[in-house]
Design a binder for this molecule. Structure first.
Ligand SMILES: Cc1cc2nc3c(=O)[nH]c(=O)nc-3n(C[C@H](O)[C@H](O)[C@H](O)COP(=O)(O)OP(=O)(O)OC[C@H]3O[C@@H](n4cnc5c(N)ncnc54)[C@H](O)[C@@H]3O)c2cc1C
Length: 446
């Protein structure tokens, strides 16, 4: 008879690995199913950073213990080895299309603080996956690469996952299969979610980039004929290598043409004069309102599965870890005939740490900027009045809040000098559903 697992974890990304590690350390019988034939390969665009190195995120202060090469989340009491390359990131600079710079953090001041001044840490995600694979194997997790789960059914006393011609039985499933989760879809978790749009990403590893400040993340806004997009440029932890990542929610935008524009015409073009493309990645992510109730029928959804587009790598790790602990508690409670409280420990945490503390409306409003200020001239004009650096951060929620504070002065001047643009700015108070209505109409989930 086939082995029955205590928990089947679907997806070996940051959330799935940490869920499997937590359950494995508790002595559970764990199967980790991954679609990729080699779980250590990165096959989707990601800037590969740990964000929020200088503030709480998902109720943890991240620490990279460089002495012992361990990534640590002290509030939730877990850590794991990371012995790959890394680079400290000290500030974020946003550029308007005409080159006005708005800084989140003074890069010199942040650098002067050494490790405590970093806002994020650039990693190599394949090295991270190698380390995490070793971690889960060390706690006897059975890893099954090459399993693309397409069906999940509830059985009399558990749950079954099927994919790639194989079937796995377990008492619980942790669905950690990412933003476009198949498990969430087949289990009906997406039914009550509002669909906004897709986020499209195209990224390159590059050599030969010459940045004004090498340990900074630069964000450049662009408005093309087909629509708006933005680009991030930042160093990789491999000497001499950089990323260029272009993002848009507008399906009409041709991101390949956007890359050419960034490298030859945009205000950042001089940085790419000697640049060479080394490798490319892409991604298409559904942007839904979040899953409010992440558990039903013995399936707990974690990481990006329940998020509006992303929890970020650290958010996914914390979520996976907490889910692994919650299921371990529930399994032991079942074994002992006790009331099951483990699951609600996770669901309560989710509702506070994500739904409440990371409002998805704020996140989606950040993506809606081109639908508030629809021309390059609008954004150039309004942002030209933001001259003081905002909070040093690499966190979408903090950056939005910090920008909102600096916007107050810009809004007052705009109201006086440019009532036409002021009128557009008023749209900022609309719900992102309204801001993105036109994009929603021309998009569909993947
Ligand atoms: C363009 C882009 C840039 C980003 N940059 C950053 C950044 O700089 N910093 C940051 O913190 N976050 C960043 N993120 C977000 C980050 O990548 C995610 O939040 C994080 O990877 C989520 O982890 P996860 O484990 O929940 O999901 P994923 O990392 O998506 O992992 C899901 C895993 O499940 C597997 N899988 C999927 N479907 C199935 C199936 N049916 N059966 C079996 N396995 C399956 C996948 O192959 C994958 O291994 C970025 C995201 C994008 C798209």
């Amino acid at each position: 008879m086939a082995k029955k697992y205590d928990v089947i974890v679907v997806g070996a990304g940051p959330a799935g690995f940490l869920a499997a590690k937590a359950a494995g350390e508790n002595g559970l019988e764990v199967a980790l199913l991954e679609r990729k034939t080699d779980p250590t390969i990165m096959d989707r665009a990601c800037l590969q950073t740990l964000i929020s190195a200088n503030e709480y995120f998902f109720r943890n202060l991240l620490r990279y213990n460089t002495k012992d090469k361990r990534i640590c989340f002290s509030s939730d009491g877990f850590s794991f080895k990371y012995d790959g390359p890394y680079i400290n990131l000290y500030s974020l600079a946003a550029y308007t299309p005409n080159g006005h710079k708005i800084e989140h953090g003074d890069v010199k001041e942040q650098k002067g603080k050494g490790e405590h001044g970093r806002i994020g840490i650039g990693l190599d995600k394949e090295a991270l996956f190698r380390n995490l694979l070793e971690e889960v194997k060390a706690c006897s997790v059975d890893v099954f690469p090459g399993i693309n789960v397409h069906k999940v059914t509830t059985t009399a006393d558990g749950v079954r996952a099927e994919g790639s011609g194989q079937s796995f039985e377990g008492r619980y499933i942790i669905a950690a299969d990412g933003v476009n989760s198949r498990v969430a879809e087949v289990m009906g978790f997406n039914k009550d979610r509002y669909y906004y749009c897709n986020l499209y990403a195209l990224s390159y590893y590059l050599s030969g980039v010459e940045m004004p400040e090498p340990q900074q993340v630069s964000l450049v806004w662009a408005y093309g004929n087909e629509g708006a997009f933005r680009g991030y440029i930042m160093p990789r932890p491999i000497k001499g290598e950089y990323y260029l990542l272009l993002l848009t929610v507008d399906p009409r935008v041709n991101l390949e043409a956007g890359v050419d524009y960034f490298m030859t015409e945009a205000i950042c073009a001089p940085w790419f004069k000697r640049a060479k493309k080394l490798k490319s990645f892409s991604a298409v992510c559904n942007c839904y309102s979040p899953i409010i109730e992440p558990y039903k029928d013995r399936v707990l959804v974690v990481g990006d599965v329940g998020a509006t587009q992303e929890l970020e790598n650290n958010g996914a790790m914390v979520s996976g870890w907490k889910a692994g602990q919650a299921i371990s508690t529930a399994v032991q409670e079942e074994n002992l005939g006790l009331e099951i409280t483990g699951i609600s420990q996770y669901t309560n945490w989710w509702k506070e740490a994500y739904i409440r503390d990371c409002p998805h409306e704020l996140y989606m409003t950040g993506m809606s900027m081109p639908y508030i200020l629809p021309t390059a001239e609008d954004i150039n004009y309004v942002y030209s009045h933001i001259t003081e650096p905002g909070a040093a951060c690499w966190n979408p929620y903090t950056a939005s809040n910090s920008l909102r504070d600096s916007m107050a002065k810009a809004v007052a001047i705009t109201q006086r000098e440019r009532p036409d643009i002021f009128q557009k700015l008023q749209r900022k108070s609309l719900h992102p559903k309204e801001l993105l209505a036109e994009i929603t109409k021309i998009s569909k989930p993947v």
